[in-house]
Design a protein around this ligand. Structure first.
Ligand SMILES: [Mg+2]
Length: 292
């Protein structure tokens, strides 16, 4: 929550009880909790299931990003993918015709590196992960070491080795703090589910009795790190995602307006089973182009 009285961007505050009968009025009647929100001047959007799905762009994604870019509003594409650097992801999106600058991509690896830099600047880590994670740690001034490191950092990788996991287990048992980029047990691929960071973390936890601290979604710290990165305020930011249990949960906990798109994981008939609700539900990102 933001402290009241803190200076914010020069955005007009929405009237508490609009009686104009316009679309915003209808929207506010349907969403009573929205009446005190400021108009959105920042958008955060998940990537897989929102902008792209199974290797293809979701129709409307190009238009949505182009509209954001032209509007001059702040935005970030958020992903729990800690395997690739923002530059790699930029290239991947670009190949699908979605033009997002590198600076507008925020991964769980960046959030993890920011967290470690805040907690223990200039520290050391033993990393199981790929370029997305190691580059982010180098950039905050961390030393990668397997000799008495401050942390064992587990990120996403497709090249797990028995030796690396054994090393991680011994270091955690000897006192290294255990951090993981994201709790996802599986990840998507065109051929079916792949074991992801959460599953490997469980293996290390079983062997050591130590649970990791997960930085990525649904930890609302991922949202707060993203907001800090673009210097945005929670009360005027919208989070778009395709999963109730990660995107909507952490958006809600960080105080953001949340939009669930039905182009990814969560199905419409599953929404009511959760003890929390998104602010809005739409079929896909195409339905949000006009809202930017
Ligand atoms: Mg997703």
């Amino acid at each position: 929550m933001l402290a009241h009285g803190r200076p914010g961007p020069a955005v007009p505050v929405a009237p508490a009880c609009p009686a104009t009968g316009g679309p915003a009025d209808t929207y506010m009647r349907e969403h009573g909790d929205m009446t005190t929100r400021r108009p959105a001047d920042c958008w955060l959007t998940d990537m897989d299931g929102v902008l792209i799905h199974e290797g293809s762009p979701v129709p409307g994604a190009q238009d949505f990003i182009a509209r954001l870019r032209d509007s001059g509003k702040r935005y970030l594409v958020l992903t729990n993918n800690s395997m690739q650097t923002p530059r790699d992801l930029q290239a991947r999106l670009d190949r699908m015709g979605i033009a997002v600058p590198e600076e507008a991509i925020f991964t769980s690896a960046l959030a993890t590196a920011q967290f470690l830099d805040d907690q223990r600047p200039g520290g050391s880590a033993y990393v199981i992960g790929e370029a997305g994670m190691t580059t982010a740690l180098y950039e905050v001034g961390y030393v990668l070491s397997d000799h008495d490191p401050d942390y064992v950092v587990l990120g996403e990788t497709r090249t797990y080795s028995f030796e690396a996991i054994t090393k991680a287990i011994r270091l955690v048992s000897d006192g290294a703090r255990f951090i993981a980029t994201n709790p996802d047990p599986t990840g998507p691929s065109n051929e079916g589910a792949l074991p992801a960071t959460g599953s490997v973390a469980a293996l290390i936890s079983k062997a050591t009795g130590v649970e990791p601290y997960f930085v990525g979604k649904p930890n609302p710290m991922m949202m707060r790190s993203a907001l800090n990165t673009v210097q945005a305020h929670s009360e005027s930011t919208i989070m778009i995602g395709d999963r109730m249990d990660t995107d909507v949960l952490c958006g809600m906990e960080a105080g953001l307006e949340t939009v669930l798109v039905l182009s990814g994981i969560t199905r419409k008939d599953e929404i009511d089973r959760f003890p929390y609700r998104p602010s809005r539900v739409v079929d896909s990102i195409a339905d949000l182009v006009a809202d930017v």
